[in-house]
Write a new protein. Sequence first.
Length: 73
Amino acid sequence: MSKTIFNVSSVTNAMRGKSLLEHNGIRAYVGRTIDANGNNGCGYSITVNKEGDRAERLLVSSGIRIRSKQWED
C-alpha cells in the first residue's frame, strides 16, 4: 500500500488537516517530522494511505500550507 506524507509547519495545522480529511472520508494520521539530518524543528506530518491527490486538494483549499510531500510504498 502506498502512503502519501504531507509535511506541515505546526501541530495545529496537522490536527486541523487530519480532522478535515477524516470529515471527508479519508483516514489520516498525524506524526512528528524529522528531517534527514535528524533535526526536529517544529514540523509535523499528515499521512494518508489512499487518495493522496484528493487529500492534497482538500488541504490546500482549506488554507493548510504543505511544506513538502513524499511517498512511501
